[in-house]
Design a binder for this molecule. Structure first.
Ligand SMILES: N[C@@H](CCC(=O)N[C@@H](CS)C(=O)NCC(=O)O)C(=O)O
Length: 203
């Protein structure tokens, strides 16, 4: 049985979405982050980084949310993994890009706004991130001008990965409504029953 550590509200969320897309059985293993269960010796044996998500399936353990998603799609021989070397290349390209480029400014703002008390907030960090984000959203918007989905005309694991990073904009109240192609793509992702199931798990 697949065990997924971390709540659907965390970086594990994209893995819950993936599991729902695949329709496979799994067990949710939420950790009490306030009680630092993610730093417990038992959990550090699974993920030495002390972070969620982490997935355990029998004796196999894997961490890093996007690697987990690729593993799941591959293991279950899902077309979401990509059907050609080119499609798989683009899926990797956009997944890496979303974590290494787009997520950085969004998380910088998130940390300042959610974890740093107002009087200690570093406005320079927020301003730098707010300046960097539009260029990145423009790159994504332009890519979606000709493609219905991230890697072409089919929904793939790249859409799960990238949409879950784009969703951070909402959490930090960044207005991205003027990126029309992103909005159209997001709404087709959100129409998916698996996405709706995953959203319901957050409640
Ligand atoms: N790159 C990792 C990031 C994981 C991550 O930062 N998870 C956060 C929760 S959203 C966490 O566990 N933080 C606890 C900590 O850093 O101590 C992934 O995508 O899996």
């Amino acid at each position: 049985m697949i065990e997924i550590y971390g709540s659907p509200r965390s970086s594990a969320g994209r893995c819950y979405w993936m599991l729902e897309e695949l329709g496979v059985a799994y067990k949710s293993m939420p950790l009490d982050m306030r009680a630092k269960e993610h730093k417990s010796p038992e959990f550090l044996k699974l993920n030495p980084n002390g972070k969620v998500p982490c997935l355990k399936e029998d004796d196999f353990v894997i961490w890093e949310s996007m690697a987990i998603n690729s593993y799941l799609a591959d293991k279950h021989q899902s077309p979401l993994m990509g059907e050609s070397a080119e499609e798989r290349g683009l899926i990797a390209q956009w997944s890496y890009w979303s974590q290494l480029e787009l997520q950085k400014p969004l998380i910088d703002i998130f940390i300042q706004k959610v974890f740093v008390p107002e009087e200690r907030r570093d406005m320079a960090v927020i301003e730098k991130a707010q300046k960097a984000a539009p260029q990145l959203f423009l790159i994504l918007d332009q890519a979606l001008a000709n493609n219905k989905y991230i890697a072409g005309d089919r929904f793939t694991v790249a859409d799960i990965n990238v949409a879950s990073v784009v969703a951070i904009a909402d959490e930090v109240k960044m207005d991205i409504s003027n990126y029309k192609n992103i909005q159209a793509w997001l709404s087709s992702c959100k129409d998916r029953p698996a996405y709706q199931k995953y959203e319901s798990l957050k409640k």
